[in-house]
Design a protein around this ligand. Structure first.
Ligand code: ATP
Ligand code: MG
Ligand code: MG
Ligand code: MG
Length: 459
């Protein structure tokens, strides 16, 4: 089954169960300035769960574009290292706003997986929250799940969108990719492996967490579920990694061509193929590269992609060239992407040209510093210099260090950053425009913000 067919089968299944199909929303949440990006299918429905946004339906289903590259759900550092994480992905979801609750949510999920998709029951593993005897009873007595493949866990089974907002205990469904893959079942010491991959999360929405951390009951218990399209596609297409599914093949080929590196299984090419999706969709949704907030997250992802291309030997700008392949792959499902594709390519090319001027020098400095390193920790001063002079976001330097098995001194970096801010403050007291004096080939060097927490107070 192709990804597009799975997406359609899901929406049709839930439409047949009385759900209204709701079109996907922007990656920039319109209803929540505290949230960085739409990171789950429930985000556009947040106020509906809270009882503040009445809708003409009590059941909805959607295929929502999501980005997890900062804030509470940040998978940027997983990309290139796991088989299952992207910065951009599509989340298939069904929602009940005070209508059905646990019993139907569990039954719908089970029927869709085992009947519509025809997945073997003995490959599916299930978890519920440690306190949730009701969900346990439904899974064991009504669905008949084998207790061998069932467990009750704590933190992993409590879902929240951010530090505040709707949340509740959850039930997760995993697919066992078989003993060839390293990893243990959920709750085991080896669960971080990629053998048992979580495909669907059913959240029993019961609370609204306020700014003080208090859990207030929602007006009506509700349901929010999310299933990663790319992960189910991998299962349905008999491959282990998300990057081996149909959707990624042409993108990987295009990335191979643009960088001149032919082996599409190379992690760097996978990172690039992942990053073109998040960058292009963010630009299509109106985010532009900048030095703060959402724009800085976008800039960090773009620069990371460029660095991976550089690592593969690309000397010319290559990243913007992938927009065409992405449009061919996803433009039918996302007309807003198609419409913006020329502009996306222009924005990316400009960013590539700008960063190319300093990337080479920065990598030279970093390589030299790494070669000289006696201990295993890159000094904070070096990280700061890369950031300040060469435009290397902190996480980009961290990415390189991780590849080389070296850690870096984040505290030292933060201290250097703070010292620079102090100097800037002191200088501005005398009316001098300090930041203008560190202008770097047309690009003002960064004067702040690297940890997301420092930015626009987003969660
Ligand atoms: P994991 O534990 O594997 O990181 P999660 O528990 O963080 O996943 P949820 O927040 O429950 O994920 O999101 C619902 C579903 O969305 C997941 O079950 C998975 O199928 C999918 N999903 C989550 N994060 C990603 C990602 N970074 N890339 C692709 N799919 C994802
Ligand atoms: Mg996660
Ligand atoms: Mg999980
Ligand atoms: Mg989950």
């Amino acid at each position: 089954m192709k990804s597009a067919e799975i997406r359609q089968a899901f929406l049709t299944f839930f439409e047949e169960q009385g759900h209204t199909i709701v079109p996907t929303s922007s990656l920039v949440p319109g209803n929540d300035p505290t949230l960085l990006f739409t990171n789950a299918g429930m985000v556009p429905f947040k106020d509906v769960f809270l009882g503040r946004d009445p809708r003409p339906y009590v059941r909805a289903t959607s295929a929502q574009r999501c980005v997890r590259a900062g804030g509470k759900h940040n998978d940027l550092d997983n990309v290139g290292y796991t088989a299952r994480h992207h910065t951009f992905f599509e989340m298939l979801g069904n929602f009940s706003f005070g209508d059905y609750f646990k019993r139907d949510a569990i039954r719908f999920a089970w029927v869709f997986l085992t009947e519509t998709l025809g997945l073997p029951k003995d490959k599916l593993w299930v978890t519920v929250h440690i306190s949730d005897d009701e969900a346990e009873r439904i899974w064991k007595d009504e669905i008949g799940i084998d207790p061998e493949r069932f467990s009750k866990l704590d933190e992993d089974n409590f879902w929240q969108m951010g530090d505040t907002g709707p949340c509740g205990p959850s039930s997760e469904i995993f697919f066992d990719h078989g003993p060839e893959v390293w990893g243990g079942p959920p709750g085991s010491p080896e669960e971080d492996g990629d053998r048992y991959i979580e495909i669907w999360n059913l959240v029993f929405m019961q609370f609204d967490r306020d700014a003080q951390g208090t859990l207030n009951p929602l007006p009506k218990p509700s349901i929010d579920t999310g299933m990663g399209l790319e992960r189910v596609a991998a299962v349905m297409q008999g491959v282990h990694s998300n990057y081996e599914i149909d959707l990624f093949q042409n993108l990987l080929q295009a990335a191979a061509k643009a960088t001149g590196h032919p082996d599409t299984a190379t992690p760097s090419l996978r990172v690039i193929a992942d990053h073109i999706r998040s960058c292009a969709f963010l630009i299509a949704d109106g985010v532009l590269p900048s030095n703060e907030g959402r724009g800085y997250v976008l800039r960090r992802i773009i620069r990371r992609a460029i660095r991976h291309g550089h690592k593969l030997g690309a000397v010319e700008p290559f990243f913007h060239k992938l927009v065409e392949a992405l449009d061919a792959e996803m433009g039918d499902a996302y007309p807003e992407l198609r419409e913006a594709s020329d502009q996306i390519a222009r924005v990316l090319l400009k960013e590539e040209e700008q960063f190319a001027r300093t990337l080479d020098h920065g990598m030279g400095l970093l390589n030299a510093a790494l070669a000289e390193l006696d201990g295993k920790v890159l000094p904070g001063e070096t990280v700061f210099k890369l950031y300040d002079t060469y435009g290397f976001p902190f996480d980009l330097t961290a990415d390189v260090c991780r590849e080389r098995g070296v850690s870096l001194d984040e505290d030292g970096f933060q201290q250097a950053l703070e010292a620079q801010r102090e100097r800037a403050r002191a200088a501005s007291q005398f009316g001098a425009d300090y930041s203008a004096s560190i202008e770097l080939e047309g690009e003002t060097a960064f004067t702040g913000y690297d940890r997301l927490e420092d930015q626009a107070k987003v969660t």
